[in-house]
Unconditional design. Structure first.
Length: 267
């Protein structure tokens, strides 16, 4: 006859152990997957009291990370649930055993694509027999979009670029990422177009991470990827016909502007 005995490993620094102090200084560092720190992230701590007597006071705390991505607190020597959240990132939850020698942890967060619907109001076209025709050519001194006929505004153009970047998983909600207008002091980056550049400048990186350069036609609302010379197409960008009716632009007229960019094979 054999006797069976179950043996459980005892943690020397577990609660009640002589090696376990009453509190330990916990440090949680919140980062991106690339290791860049995330400031102002929410960190929630909760003590796991499973197996302890009923009525034992449970430690709970809510913290925010500093500019260095760190949150610190004096916590009991025990298992802790650590829940972390930040704008533009998927939340994370982990359980850590806090001991005298293990009280510094790093929690990486994955970027999460935020989906928002942006509606751009487009006025209904009104018959205008006096609407001037598009210029037959673009002069070398042409400035940002001609104002002799209706066009979409620079803010509407930026919203269109935002729709494109949303589809391309650009972390627009991150405080380190931005969409910049490349037109300066009335001088266009590319004649006849609005131009924007998207980039991210995460801490602890050696250089700014460019995402892409985009041109927006004020006459049609077309969005062109300037780096690849391709027209960007998504279902929620299918408004060009309405914009062309509004501005009186034709496909042949718009072709002249595209050819002037050097992207003669733009799709």
């Amino acid at each position: 006859m054999f006797a069976t005995t179950t043996v459980y490993a005892q943690v020397s620094d577990s609660p009640g152990s002589v090696n376990c102090p009453s509190t330990v200084n916990l440090t949680v560092t919140v980062t991106t997957e690339d290791g860049a720190v995330i400031p102002n992230a929410l960190v929630i701590l909760r003590e796991d009291t499973l197996g302890q007597p009923r009525g034992v006071k449970v430690f709970e705390s809510e913290l925010r990370t500093e500019s260095n991505g760190k949150a610190t607190a004096a916590v009991p020597c025990n298992y802790l649930d650590v829940l972390v959240g930040a704008n533009g990132f998927a939340p994370a939850a982990q359980k850590f055993l806090i001991t005298r020698d293990a009280h510094t942890f790093s929690v990486p967060l994955k970027m999460y694509p935020i989906t928002r619907t942006t509606e751009i109001p487009v006025p209904q076209p009104e018959p205008s027999p006096e609407m001037p025709p598009l210029p037959s050519r673009i002069s070398e001194s042409a400035q940002s979009p001609p104002q002799s006929h209706p066009t979409i505004s620079v803010d509407e153009a930026k919203q269109l670029v935002g729709i494109v970047l949303r589809h391309q998983k650009f972390p627009s909600s991150s405080p380190y990422c931005s969409i910049e207008n490349l037109d300066r002091n009335g001088r266009p980056f590319e004649a006849g177009y609005y131009a924007f550049a998207a980039s991210c400048d995460f801490p602890n990186t050696q250089a700014t991470s460019p995402w892409g350069t985009y041109l927006v036609s004020p006459r049609t609302g077309d969005v062109l990827n300037y780096d690849t010379c391709k027209r960007v197409e998504y279902r929620d960008l299918q408004h060009q016909r309405q914009v062309m009716l509004q501005t009186g632009t034709t496909a042949d007229g718009e072709k002249k502007y595209r050819e002037a960019t050097g992207c003669n094979k733009t799709k």
